[in-house]
Design a protein around this ligand. Structure first.
Ligand code: OOG
Ligand code: MG
Length: 254
């Protein structure tokens, strides 16, 4: 199977909501090849008219790495087709086995033209928000190797952003919670994200520059979950809550 066939397989799995066997069960491939497959599958989305809206990092916290059994930071790309409005319905039948996780989002004030430094990264940002990311691995049983999940655009499928808050809002050492029907099911601390969630932005911009991914003003970066993710069931009201940033909710429907 070549890169194009792999990208097509994953793309079709997403659009038909039918899982596929892990790619690395068919043949072994390395991380560079995995990003090549990811890039082709993003290209297929863009060819259908989707627009890039930003980038996400994954496995930036121990909680996520342990849950999924992988140990390296990964990145994927986001498009407008993945955007949901706060309070919207998320139709579970359009996904394979969707899971939700609470995140922090950065909105870029300007295009990224150089690697950011931790001390001055905030100059490139004009808003911070709580976010709910919905991930949906295209692989059977939500099981994958690091290369598999990278090829699958890091399980990206949907995200919802809370209201934008000022850039000087504290996001270090704040609590981040995932709630289902108002009950907290996972709670974490923002510093679980690479020791400081701003590190996530710094890393995302470095990775984008290294790989020729253009990050434009207005685009968003998802920092990666501080807690494990939970499977969604129809009928649930799912919220992400971040101390000082507010909360954002979606409703899962059949
Ligand atoms: C991969 C995506 C990881 C995060 O925030 O760590 C991720 C997965 O868990 O399926 O989005
Ligand atoms: Mg995530």
């Amino acid at each position: 199977m070549n890169y194009h066939q792999a990208a097509e397989l994953l793309d079709r799995a997403a659009s038909t909501a039918q899982p596929v066997a892990q790619l690395n069960h068919r043949r072994s491939f390395n991380l560079e090849e995995a990003y090549a497959i990811q890039s082709i599958s993003i290209g297929r989305r863009l060819a259908r008219g989707e627009q890039l809206t930003g980038m996400k990092l994954g496995f930036t916290s121990k909680a996520k790495m342990e849950q999924m059994g992988v140990h390296d930071m990964i990145w994927g790309q986001l498009t407008d087709a993945m955007t949901y409005q706060p309070g919207a319905d998320l139709r579970k039948s359009q996904f394979i086995h969707p899971r939700a996780e609470p995140e922090i989002a950065f909105r870029l004030a300007k295009a990224i033209d150089q690697p950011l430094q931790l001390e001055t990264a905030a100059r490139y940002v004009d808003g911070l928000a709580v976010a709910l990311e919905i991930i949906d691995s295209r692989y059977e049983n939500f099981k994958f190797s690091l290369e598999d999940v990278v090829a699958d655009n890091c399980s990206s499928t949907a995200y919802v952003l809370g209201d934008w808050q000022p850039v000087n809002s504290p996001i270090r050492d704040i609590s981040i919670e995932l709630c289902i029907d108002e009950a907290i099911v996972h709670a974490g601390n923002s510093d679980a994200i690479l020791g400081n969630p701003w590190e996530s932005l710094v890393n995302a911009t470095r990775l984008a520059l290294d790989h020729g991914v253009v990050l434009a003003a207005g685009q968003i970066i998802l920092a990666g979950a501080a807690t494990a993710a939970v499977y969604l069931e129809a009928g649930q009201k799912v919220s992400a809550v971040a101390e000082g940033l507010g909360e954002v909710t979606i409703n899962v429907v059949p």
